[in-house]
Write a protein that binds this ligand. Structure first.
Ligand SMILES: NC(=O)c1ccc[n+]([C@@H]2O[C@H](COP(=O)([O-])OP(=O)(O)OC[C@H]3O[C@@H](n4cnc5c(N)ncnc54)[C@H](O)[C@@H]3O)[C@@H](O)[C@H]2O)c1
Ligand SMILES: [Zn+2]
Length: 448
């Protein structure tokens, strides 16, 4: 653990002489999830999931009580739905107003995203597809060390807009209680089925089903490394949105950027978690030095300075590179969850960047607004997975069914019968060939 009183962000300024040196310096951020404890986490998760799968509610109870101090029986898993509106009404008026505004923006964005998705119903002789919402989805809301009601809105509202009928919220009770802000957020999102258990045992209950928890089709939502590993292990039995790792931001900035804003945005990311990563890529040594000075000053009064200092000292970088091209290349290599562009003409960089969960264009578009107020979900691919996966969206909660409606003409049919039978026999599947041949319009079927 770094000592916040002697740490200086200046020690995190790097001036690599070559692209390969820059990549080597950044290597620790790629290994954040694979530290010495990774194997232990996998084993611990396997044991808990085994208990839940084989013992049902008794398995859930065992781990909820030993890990989270849960007291009560399995009837206490489900939270009385009448408590949700009570929790909502207990929030101060200005907080309710902010939540309602967030809800409006999230719904507006996802309704418009949904309007771009269309079924393609096939005309005779064509193929198409249909999109259907999932029937039953579990929304995991983390709650081990802090309450994240914003995550309820950023997942459950998206599921609602997508048309999911049954949404079950799961979140750990801390000291026997689910924070009222979480219950209030479920109420605002229209979720009435809430289960007050968390961690691996909750993921197991959702995936396998127990006597008191009905299994779901998909589990969505972030969580700590135990939750992420549990989702990885149940994937296949149910679908999952992604395996969320520690959060990160990359800021690409030129000499025109405001170092105070850059510093504030780096620290906002760093305060999440000791394994968060906050990275500045700039072509200006002056900006890097001023940003370091601002960070040191801000860290002094930040309530979570111990966490932020720890994450900056391990995974924070103020990297001075040879030019914007190199900054863009490194950013794409990192494929950050969040990418901010503090440069003169930020829109010109967007087409040149292929990999990021969300791009915040221009220095006014701070990532923290994305956590709460911009419409797109703040549940985004982390740890470089933006190279191959997408943010939570309406499509997360939908699936596609192919629709097939015959061939366009007797001639086409005849030709397809012939080719299908040929390929089926090549694969040794005579039953397939005969099934196709049943549809032949030829006079002499045996000649095929
Ligand atoms: N990406 C996002 O959008 C987003 C949003 C909010 C939070 N988060 C992340 O979610 C995470 C929240 O973590 P958290 O811990 O506060 O809550 P959590 O709900 O993810 O995890 C708490 C649970 O972990 C289990 N657990 C704790 N120690 C364990 C052990 N030794 N063995 C087995 N299980 C154990 C407990 O059962 C507990 O209920 C953070 O990493 C945070 O950064 C991400
Ligand atoms: Zn954040």
């Amino acid at each position: 653990m770094s000592d916040p009183s002697i740490f200086s962000a200046n020690s995190r300024i790097f001036t690599p002489a070559s692209p390969i040196e820059a990549e080597n310096l950044l290597r620790p951020i790629f290994d954040r999830s694979e530290d010495a404890d990774a194997q232990e986490v996998r084993e611990a998760v396997r044991e808990i999931l085994y208990d839940v799968r084989t013992k049902g509610d008794a398995g859930v109870l065992k781990w909820a009580s030993s890990l989270d101090g849960f007291s009560g029986d399995e009837k206490a898993f489900a939270i009385d739905p009448e408590r949700l509106p009570v929790a909502w009404n207990s929030l101060p008026g200005n907080v309710r107003e902010a939540f309602q505004e967030a809800k409006k923006r999230i719904c507006d964005y996802h309704v418009s995203a949904l309007s771009l998705l269309h079924d393609h119903l096939p005309s005779p002789g064509k193929a198409g597809f249909r999109l259907t919402p999932l029937e039953r989805v579990g929304i995991y809301v983390p709650g081990g060390t802090a309450a994240y009601p914003s995550t309820v809105l950023m997942t459950a509202l998206v599921a609602k807009v997508a048309g999911v009928k049954n949404i079950v919220g799961v979140t750990p009770a801390r000291n026997g209680e689910v924070p009222p802000s979480i219950l209030a957020a479920f109420h605002l999102s229209g979720v009435t089925e809430v289960i007050g258990i968390g961690g691996v045992q909750a993921i197991g209950a959702l995936a396998f089903g127990t006597e008191s928890v009905m299994r779901v089709d998909k589990i969505v939502g972030p969580g700590n490394r135990f939750v992420a590993e549990a989702k990885r292990q149940v994937f296949g039995l149910v679908d999952i949105d992604m395996i969320a790792g520690p959060t990160e931001v990359v800021i690409i900035a030129d000499e025109t950027a405001n170092p105070r804003w850059v510093a504030a945005d780096l620290l906002a990311q760093a305060e999440h978690d000791t394994r968060s990563s906050a990275i500045l890529l700039t072509d200006s040594l002056v900006l890097a030095k001023e940003t370091a000075r601002e960070m040191d000053e801000m860290l002094g009064s930040l309530p979570r300075s111990a966490i932020a200092t720890e994450s900056i000292s391990r995974y924070g970088y103020l990297m001075v590179v040879g030019g914007m091209d190199e900054a863009l290349r490194l950013s794409d290599r990192i494929a950050p969850e969040h990418l901010e562009l503090h440069v003169v003409q930020p829109m010109t960089l967007v087409p040149r960047l292929a990999h990021a969960g969300a791009i915040f264009i221009g220095e006014s578009s701070a990532e923290v607004f994305g956590d709460y107020m911009y419409g797109p979900s703040h549940v985004l691919p982390t740890s470089g997975s933006a190279r191959f996966s997408s943010p939570v969206s309406v499509e997360t909660f939908m699936k596609r069914t192919s629709l097939i409606r015959g061939f366009g003409s007797p001639e086409e049919q005849e030709s397809m019968v012939r080719m299908t039978a040929l390929l089926a026999r090549l694969e040794g599947l005579e039953g397939h060939a005969r099934s196709a041949l049943q549809r032949a319009c030829l006079n002499d079927k045996e000649t095929i």
